[in-house]
Ligand binder design. Structure first.
Ligand code: UTP
Length: 290
């Protein structure tokens, strides 16, 4: 089989950001603060995902929220009082920083009525997305990449097919991920022939794990509606993609942090601090001192 031909990436203009989960691994803080608003230095996790989408040419973000998560759309909304305050004090650089992302993308919000899994969250965005291919980014997968990972996936997209980001993981970790197996189309590009959500290490068809970046064709919505609950009794996006049957896996280039777990979030903070000229030295001194 020949590799699917790339299409104009500008065809994909909408990104869905599911942010409705409970974030139980971060309790108790997630009782009051949505996981996706946890800080990575001075920006919340969700900011990195939206910045990645915008850098890949995305114009519209559909945020899938749930009860208690209104602070997420607030983060992207205009705050006239604060803007006046900054303007009056001549803090124009801060004002500009606040506008940087919201000027690039439109953020709309939809509600996931019950928190019934990632597949259900994506289905909740159906009316807002419409009948076109779209991107999905999970904000707790933070990936520092030479080129936005979602753009790397767009390069591999062709109509009717899904594209997933793949990472090789140690076999004992397969039960944390959706896992794919298939045939290599070219280096780093896989024609996915089977996918399983959270397989036990002994049952995993490979060690190629799906991380939180996807391009999905609109055909996925009917399949999400038909797919019964799967692993963890949740509606799994992986099961609907398996039913679609046409999936390309891309072993992306970049360094990924699982910022949805405490060790991963901590590592991401240290990594990004080390990359910041105003923090790197202070961090090194602090680490020596500890
Ligand atoms: P996770 O699997 O990390 O679940 O979801 P979670 O609830 O956020 O966190 P833990 O595992 O309890 O600690 C991956 C992404 O999918 C979203 C989450 O908000 C997160 O961004 N999600 C998950 C939804 O939007 N709805 C759901 O029903 C489940």
């Amino acid at each position: 089989m020949s590799p699917p031909s790339p299409v104009d990436r500008s065809n994909i203009r909408t990104a869905v950001l599911p942010v409705a989960g409970f974030g139980t691994r971060f309790l108790p803080i997630t009782k009051a603060v949505p996981k996706e608003l946890l800080p990575l230095l001075d920006r919340p996790l969700v900011d990195y995902a939206v910045a990645e989408a915008a850098a890949a040419g995305i114009e519209r973000v559909v945020m899938v929220t749930s009860h208690g998560k209104d602070a997420l759309p607030d983060y992207f909304a205009v705050n006239p009082d604060l803007e006046r305050h900054l303007e009056e004090r001549g803090k124009l650089d801060l004002l500009e920083r606040m506008h940087a992302l919201s000027d690039l993308v439109d953020v709309v919000t939809v509600r996931q009525r019950d928190t019934r899994g990632l597949g259900h969250a994506v289905l909740s965005a159906r009316a807002a997305v419409g009948d076109e291919a779209f991107a999905v980014l999970l904000a707790d997968d933070v990936i520092d990449a030479p080129r936005p990972v979602i753009a790397q996936l767009m390069d591999a997209f062709s109509p009717g097919r899904a594209v997933v980001a793949l990472m090789d993981v140690p076999r004992p970790q397969t039960a944390r991920y959706g896992v794919c197996a298939g045939q290599w189309l070219s280096p780093g590009r896989l024609d996915v022939q089977s996918m399983v959500e959270k397989p036990a290490p002994a049952d995993a068809p490979s060690t190629l794990a799906i991380v939180g970046r996807y391009i999905l064709p609109p055909e996925i919505f009917d399949l999400l509606e038909q797919t019964p609950p799967g692993a963890g009794n949740e509606y799994q996006l992986t099961d609907a993609m398996a039913a679609l049957g046409s999936v390309t896996g891309v072993v992306y280039q970049g360094r990924r942090f699982d910022a949805g777990s405490l060790p991963g979030w901590l590592a991401a903070n240290l990594y990004y601090a080390r990359k910041r000229p105003d923090l790197a030295q202070a961090l090194d001194e602090l680490l020596k001192d500890l």
